[in-house]
Design a protein around this ligand. Structure first.
Ligand code: 4AD
Ligand code: MG
Length: 511
């Protein structure tokens, strides 16, 4: 066997119970008591408590262990002992320790840091437990996405990043210099995907896409990863069937394989399990009526539900404020054991975090109510409209048949009602909103040309695209899933910035 294959990782400790082996990793936490040092070792696959005792190591080794700062790297040799009380269920009783690199004053501690500080230290922040869990959910989602399309016979294709055309409108293009000619960073691989679908039948792209939106919302990145399948001979209904089946598969795979990760994130998985229910399909018209509180869903109006939400938020805020004040007073009074103080402080910090989010909701809900009631028919949905609509459902909702003016140039008109374009957006529940945008493509060359002109796009850049309608054109459809939006919802995160290793967004290029 190759030497590197002999390395044991914490996630596999159960196969090595009772044996003596060497783990390599970093100190994630350290605790000392008489004659003992407890090191929480992190190796990327998990955490393991390693006990260094004066009884089992030399005085020199013990003092090295006692002096270790957080994130010091080392290898530890010891016996693997089953211990249900420990993280991961095992403990390493150390007999030898080899320091690889000593670390002092690691900038990220267990106390609460602001998100700006953490973002500036993203290269280190990635090591923390929450980020570990998120990155592993992302990894699992990526794997499941490939698994789904591969098992369904789709061919993965790589669309170009440098492009001469604007797929999704000209307002948010990043322009670059391509050997003296202007080129854009791709907003979407779709148009190339359509060409490839005519060659392969069913394809999907999985690549980086770029939008220079100067928006600082919780769902916008300037660089994000998009999965774009494109299917020959699919109409909008087939498209929606596929989206539903696909999302259900991916979320179920994450539920199955990321139990520990979702636990670390304290994610309530019931909401995710709901993907096994049917996704409601609403026309734009129906969705607007629901947003405006003119149409009930299961006997409830959006406006009433939001008003109830507001009351609940305010009640919880009052509870937290009271509870934190009580704990602080008790701590001040003194006479508390060290452990109890630590427990209380932890609770206070946690509740303060929750309070921040609740206060944001308390500010937002009245605004959502306002904007929902004043929604102008014919417009695109804003983030708050999506939140209001999805609040009434506990599964992703599909909205189709949009006023053609608000959607991309390539969407097919509904033949029965040409006011509408056959686009579909999938909105995730729990306030997350759009995670997928897609639809059936226009096949009529003349109608496409009209749209290209209407959107003021350069016709010559689209000649090749029009060829697809001139030579063996067929009905076809596709969609785009934003990976970070999906992961953000699955993990229930406050912002997409945490779903990608090194986020690129308005105001953030480093590290
Ligand atoms: O709705 P969009 O703009 O659709 C397209 O690009 C189509 N060409 C897709 C297709 O039919 N092949 O983007 C698709 C998805 C959105 O639903 C959203 O999940 C994600 O991409 N997305 C973003 N994610 C993060 N930051 C941004 N700035 C995003 N813009 C879109
Ligand atoms: Mg969209």
């Amino acid at each position: 066997m190759y030497d590197y294959k002999k390395q044991v990782y914490i996630q596999n400790l159960s196969k090595h119970e009772g044996t003596v082996l060497t783990l390599k990793g970093w100190v994630a936490n350290k605790r000392e008591s008489k004659g003992l040092v407890f090191l929480n070792l992190r190796d990327g696959t998990g955490l393991c408590q390693c006990v260094v005792s004066t009884a089992s190591v030399s005085a020199e080794t013990f003092s090295t262990a006692a002096s270790l700062g957080l994130e010091s790297s080392l290898s530890l040799t010891g016996r693997v002992v089953k211990d249900e009380r420990q993280l991961g269920g095992f403990e390493l009783q150390v007999i030898d320790l080899m320091l690889i690199s000593s670390c002092q004053d690691y900038p990220i501690s267990n106390k609460e840091h602001g998100v700006e500080f953490l973002s500036d230290n993203r290269h280190l922040w990635l090591r923390s437990r929450r980020q570990w869990a998120i990155m592993r959910v992302r990894n699992q989602a990526i794997f499941a996405i490939h698994e789904y399309f591969q098992k369904e016979g789709f061919v993965q294709m790589d669309a170009p990043i440098f492009t001469g055309n604007a797929c999704e409108g000209t307002t948010d293009l990043f322009e670059t210099d391509f050997f003296g000619e202007p080129a854009y960073l791709s907003q979407s691989g779709q148009l190339y995907g359509e060409a490839m679908a005519m060659a392969m039948g069913r394809i999907y792209t999985f690549g980086p896409t770029f939008r220079s939106e100067k928006s600082k919302t919780r769902r916008h990145l300037a660089e994000f990863w998009m999965i774009e399948p494109e299917m020959a001979f699919f109409d909008i209904i087939d498209d929606m069937d596929l989206i539903e089946d696909f999302l259900r598969f991916v979320v179920n795979r994450v539920l199955e394989h990321c139990v520990k990760e979702l636990e670390v994130l304290e994610r309530n998985t019931d909401m995710l399990k709901n993907v096994n229910n049917i996704f409601p399909r609403l026309t734009y018209d129906e969705a607007v009526q629901i947003i405006k509180g003119q149409k009930e869903v299961n006997g409830r109006r959006s406006t009433d539900v939001l008003e109830e939400d507001l009351k609940l938020v305010q009640k919880r805020i009052a509870e937290i404020v009271e509870d934190n004040a009580k704990r602080e007073a008790e701590m001040k009074a003194g006479g508390m054991k060290k452990g109890v103080i630590a427990f209380n402080q932890n609770m206070i910090d946690k509740q303060k975090q929750e309070l921040k989010q609740l206060e944001e909701q308390e500010r937002n809900i009245p605004q959502w109510l306002d904007s929902a009631q004043s929604f102008q028919y014919g417009g695109d949905f804003g983030g708050s409209d999506e939140t209001v609509l999805t609040r009434l459902f506990d599964v992703p909702v599909m909205v189709y048949d949009w006023p053609h003016e608000v959607k991309a140039f390539y969407l097919k008109r509904n033949p029965d009602n040409p006011r509408f374009a056959r686009g579909v957006d999938v909105l995730a529940p729990e306030g997350y909103g759009e995670i997928v945008g897609g639809g059936e493509r226009e096949t009529d060359e003349e109608k496409l040309k009209e749209k290209i002109i209407e959107h003021q796009l350069p016709m010559n850049e689209f000649e090749w695209y029009l060829d697809l309608r001139r030579f063996g054109s067929v009905p076809h459809s596709g969609f785009g899933l934003g990976l970070e939006r999906l992961v953000s919802w699955v993990c229930k995160l406050p912002h997409v910035r945490e779903t990608i290793p090194f986020p690129r967004m308005y105001g953030r290029l480093n590290p």
